[in-house]
Design a protein around this ligand. Structure first.
Ligand code: PPS
Length: 300
């Protein structure tokens, strides 16, 4: 018997100005107003294509604010770190941003053309985290099974096609990374990759700290690193999203913090899918000097 007859209305993607939003989660009119927000120099936006290290960066920013004191952040949020560092594009969050005390730390998956215009005049700060798109695809596939606001994929092959078409929330990975990268000189931006963070978390966090103008001692920085490793973050419910209500995440279907490594795509892609992906990647990225690490063995 066919029980899954396609997406229910809550899973529907809404095409909006070249980008796909999620019905129920986002309001297109409200998203359009983000562009006009007043920005303060202390505002920080973490920008990611989905599944590229957003919740990892939330944990790092919170720890940097608390100068590495994990006990100081443990009672701050009820469900997850998103209570403190929310997604700006989610319904109602723009209004909350306007009245929030400084520093206003936010994450977003939006494309460049939606974000506050003031960022392009070097107001505030942007941290763009990019992840190799093969691992993004795999992580996103598994997340679609867990996240109730997203359509459960029929199977991996079907999801692979959807991702390649940009028929997912976030639209095309290529568009996302290319447009943000193109505008990196217009704004105060730190461009960092998930793989750099895996390779040397200490150096990555040091770079982030310097970029944000933080002045932490070596011990404080080491504490930020300790409490943002995959292993340790998994043990902190607010950081690992284990306490997000079941109506949003079906925790029986998997974990938000799933593998946290480089190269899991090798356990999912067929040879043909990999060849096709490489061909598209080289075509799309030929004018962009971005290189990615595709295999954990390349850094060990
Ligand atoms: S989302 O839904 O877009 O906000 O997801 P996002 O947080 O961007 O990405 C989730 C993936 O990031 C991994 N993750 C980590 N990897 C290494 N170290 C740490 N500390 C860490 N925290 C989160 C998480 O496990 C997801 O990747 P996969 O490959 O699915 O494990």
């Amino acid at each position: 018997m066919e029980i899954n007859e396609g997406p229910t209305p809550e899973h529907e993607l809404i095409p909006h100005r070249g980008f796909k939003l999620i019905r129920g989660t986002h309001d297109p009119d409200d998203v359009d107003q983000i562009y006009h927000l007043d920005i303060q120099d202390s505002d920080v936006f973490v920008v990611t294509y989905p599944k590229s290290g957003t919740i990892w960066m939330q944990q790092i920013l919170l720890l940097l604010e608390a100068q590495g004191d994990v006990s100081a952040i443990s009672g701050l949020s009820k469900h997850s770190n998103a209570d403190i560092i929310p997604w700006i594009e989610v319904k109602g969050h723009r209004q909350a941003f306007i009245v929030a005390p400084s520093p206003r730390l936010r994450v977003t998956h939006l494309q460049h053309h939606f974000l506050p215009a003031a960022l392009n005049h070097k107001k505030g700060k942007v941290i763009y985290v990019a992840r190799n798109p093969k691992d993004v695809l795999v992580s996103y596939f598994h997340f679609h099974k867990l996240a109730n606001m997203l359509e459960t994929p029929k199977d991996f092959d079907d999801f692979f096609e959807k991702f390649m078409r940009g028929d997912v929330f976030g639209s095309s990975w290529f568009e996302h990374v290319k447009t943000w990268y193109t505008h990196r000189e217009d704004m105060n931006m730190l461009f960092i990759t998930y793989e750099e963070m895996i390779q040397d978390l200490q150096s990555a966090i040091h770079r982030i700290s310097v970029f944000l103008g933080k002045d932490l001692s070596d011990d404080q920085l080491t504490s930020v690193v300790t409490h943002s490793t995959f292993h340790n973050m998994k043990k902190i419910p607010q950081a690992s999203y284990e306490q997000v209500p079941g109506e949003l995440l079906n925790h029986h279907q998997g974990r938000f913090m799933r593998k946290g490594t480089i190269g899991d795509w090798k356990n999912h892609f067929t040879v043909a899918q990999n060849e096709r992906f490489d061909e598209v990647f080289h075509r799309e990225m030929k004018d962009f000097p971005l290189s990615f690490i595709w295999d954990i063995r390349d850094i060990q």
